[in-house]
Structure formats: C-alpha cells, structure tokens
Design a protein. Structure first.
Length: 308
C-alpha cells in the first residue's frame, strides 16, 4: 500500500511526508465505516502516528486502505486539504475529492479515476538507472533471463512455493511448483529477489547475482530479465512487472479471491500476462502504468502546472 501512495506522491511532484497511522484505544473496535461519523477532532485524538498529525496541515492528503479512510477524512475536514484515496474506500466516493480505483474493484463515481491494476513507480528512467548499476553482475548470466517474483501473504496459502537450496529464502515457504518449472527451462538464468511488498521477516534472499543485504536489485531484474514470473497473490507485483512491457507469467497458488480472479482475467485479456506452465514464449503489449494519469488529475485539481 505504501508503494502505491509513494508512487502517486512522487508523480504529483510536491514535497511529501509518509505517516503510518492507526486508530488506538476503544475506537479501534469501531468499524472504519462508522468511524467516519465521529467529530474529526475526537477521532484524531485516538490516532497514533509515526509523525504527529498536527498543523501546519498539508495541501494534499493521499490515503490508501480501508482503515486509513476515517483518519484521512478527519484530516481533510479539519484542514481543508484535498483528499485523494487509492482503491475502493468502502464509503461514498464523494467524501473524497478524488478516488483512484482499479477496474477490478468495480467502483465508479463522477470523481473516480479508473486504473488498470495498481498504480506503481515502475518507469523507464527508474528501470534504466537500476539496470546500469547492476549490469556488471547480471551481464555474465546467460539468456533467457527469468526474474522470479515471490509475493507476500495476501492469500490464505499464498506462500505455496519452494526454491532449490541455492536460490531459497532463508525461511523457506511451504512447498510448490514455481522453482521446479523455472529449473526445467533450458539455460535459464533465474534471479529471484525480494519484492518491496513482502513483510520484513520474509525479505532475506540469496540471488544468483550475489547481491548484499540491503542492496535490492528488484528494479534492475525487471529491466534486465527477458521474462518475469510472478506469484498471483500481489496485484502490485504483477502490475509492476507489466509496467515493463515484457512477457509476464503468473504462477497460480492455493487459495482464491474473486477480486484477484477478476484482476488476472483482465490482465490476460489486455495481453500482458499468461499463466505459467513451465515454458517461455515471447509477446508484446503496451506497458501498463496509470500513475501519471492519476497524478495529472490531481495536479489539475490543485491547479499545478502539468507534469511533463
């Protein structure tokens, strides 16, 4: 969620501060959809944040996630800030100035911008810079190069994967088929990396490029790979991979979600992804990234100069 909010903030171009917030005390037992009816000053008294929620208030509030909705609306009401929410807020859209919701959320309104998948920060410039830094370590690897992206814990059995010992995370997830299928591909250079969307305890991983802890080659792998295999549990991760315009294969996992199923069906119809069956093909499509579309709508509303 943070990755999507930061991507929009960077694209809008205003200085920004990241605040991790949650409702504390007895109000945490009140559903978020009911918290919006509390006086904003009272609600903010029950909010804990890594940085104080006090004046001077921002010009723009970007929120994402159902639990952030009442807090964002409270700040909007006390400050007069422009309120922008990412994803379906589960409240009437008119409570915000603007909402960006992916098409698979089936959420519409006069102030709703519909995106294809998640907004993200995968841009040509970012990929090229990351690839330049990691090229000396990746260039010796043979083609085809496959970037294997393992997601987090958004499905009941999302960690249904295993990797061979030389590629396995330090705390291996439960068994699965992705690694075996990748291993069967001829002369494939497999370079798994941790996704920025993994929980911290799942992020340690060895790669065939010998990267050090804290030296994350995620964007470099996206750029330098010939194809990408991603687990189906993360909308962010699959959409980021599709931001490259490269073949993206999606590995099915145990567990299911109607919302995720709609997303993957739409991605396949768009021609961006295919189910991973242990073989590589090549195809082309326009990279998927609606971040600038959303950022431009915000900038117009704030009467800022259009970002080039």
């Amino acid at each position: 969620m943070e990755a999507q909010g930061i991507a929009i903030a960077e694209a809008v171009g205003l200085p920004f501060s990241l605040k991790r917030v949650r409702v504390k005390g007895v109000l945490r037992f009140l559903p978020a959809r009911l918290q919006i009816y509390l006086p904003p000053e009272r609600l903010l008294n029950f909010v804990t944040s890594n940085k104080p929620l006090v004046a001077p208030w921002p010009r723009l509030v970007i929120s994402i996630g159902r639990r952030s909705v009442p807090i964002a609306l409270a700040v909007k009401r006390v400050s007069g800030a422009f309120g922008f929410h990412i994803q379906n807020p589960k409240v009437p859209p008119q409570l915000f100035d603007l909402v960006a919701a992916p098409v698979h959320d089936n959420f519409d309104g006069p102030n709703v911008v519909t995106t294809f998948g998640a907004v993200h920060s995968v841009t040509g410039a970012r990929l090229a810079e990351a690839a330049r830094r990691f090229a000396p370590r990746v260039d010796p690897l043979p083609h085809p190069r496959i970037a294997v992206l393992l997601g987090g814990e958004s499905l009941p059995s999302a960690s249904g994967l295993s990797l061979p010992p030389r590629l396995a995370p330090s705390s291996p997830p439960s068994p699965g088929r992705t690694a075996a299928r990748c291993s069967s591909l001829p002369r494939a250079a497999r370079a798994p990396t941790r996704s920025p969307h993994l929980p911290p305890q799942s992020r340690t991983c060895r790669t065939s490029c010998g990267t050090a802890p804290g030296d994350n080659p995620y964007f470099a792998f996206l750029d330098l790979a010939d194809a990408i295999v991603a687990t189906e549990d993360s909308v962010n991760m699959v959409t980021e991979a599709a931001g490259t315009g490269k073949p993206v294969y999606v590995q099915a996992l145990k567990g299911s979600s109607r919302r995720l199923a709609r997303f993957h069906a739409l991605m396949q119809e768009r021609g961006a992804t295919r189910r991973f069956e242990g073989k590589l093909e090549s195809w082309a499509y326009a990279p998927i990234n609606d971040t600038q579309v959303v950022a431009s709508a915000i900038r117009r509303a704030l009467r800022l100069e259009t970002k080039a």
